[in-house]
Design a protein around this ligand. Sequence first.
Ligand code: DCP
Ligand code: MG
Ligand code: MG
Length: 357
Amino acid sequence: MRHILHADFDAFYAAVEQLDNPELRGKPLAVGGSPDSRGVVASASYEARKYGVRSAMPMRTAFNICPQLQRVSARFDRYRDVSRSVMEIFRDITPLVEPLSLDEAYLDVTDSVAGGQSAADLAGGLKRRVKQELGLTISVGAGVSKSVAKIASDLEKPDGLTVVPPGEEVAFLAPLPVGTLPGVGPKTQESLKSHGILTIGDLANGDDEWLLDRFGRNGAYIKSLALAKDDRPVQTHRDTKSISSETTLVLDTGDPEALHELVSRLSSDVSRSLERRDLQGRTVKLKLRLSDFTTFTRQVTLPDVIQSSDQIAVAANRLMDAETGPGRSFRLVGVGVSGFGAQNHSLPTLQARLPGI
Ligand code: DCP
Ligand code: MG
Ligand code: MG
């Protein structure tokens, strides 16, 4: 049996801004773009959430529903630094840390629990350390699987701590709205609702055939999550060999302009994934499938690590240009970045800490 913690900062960007600027503390605050330039809320303080201000909301709407709202622009470098610090604290507890984004991670604490520590004490200790060393609050969930730990961490936000004891996960999940499950978005939720499935418990008892028919393989997957069946391991950065994104085209194309556009879009997907994981790579790979299903890859290794969408797109489009030509059309295009190697900061961090352990 595994023991997993999921930790996530409360109102991450907004909390960092309130930490750095005492005048913003205790006030409704939104971090994001200006309403004049059609900006969007990235993060809302809990004071702002009382008025209904939420992430991804247009900033103009946010000001309409909360006129006394304070707004500041995002400072990504600062958030990245805080993220690195918190991941180091996590790695002090276990080397098995899987960052999901700058503000959250899974920790596999199976060994510590086997050694006699309780998941609740580990989670509480983590929260105290983060508060003491960084001045910020995290919410932590503990359970025997990733999805249970993640759902638990969200339940008592902000400053939450929810432990789901082994064996109680099905009962824990049953009363929660089905949309709480990772992988159940608004559309799926709507469709499930029309079939009378409102809670995770309803889904756990759902008709297999209907679910399969309606949602394909994802139907079986979300039902297994509802039954608390989730044996995905915590994967550290060192297990991440590459990040990629690919698309099968509705119509095969050889048009250089359309292919450029597609490669650029895929590059920006990959860039976002890299940013979320704080990774940079040196190798850019292009995956291509021709109309006759022949599949091949082309790759280039650059002198320096890259992460930005533009840098990836330039390299990938150069590879693409070498493959386009009369009579050649493509049915699948993929872009990937690998070669994280020593640039992956988690590795040196871990090694630096080993002698002291
Ligand atoms: N973020 C963003 N745009 C979104 C959602 C999030 O830019 N649509 C950024 C800002 C958030 C950070 O990612 O601060 C972390 O996302 P979370 O979903 O964890 O949200 P918060 O940490 O802000 O709030 P909480 O976790 O307390 O709900
Ligand atoms: Mg958060
Ligand atoms: Mg988060």
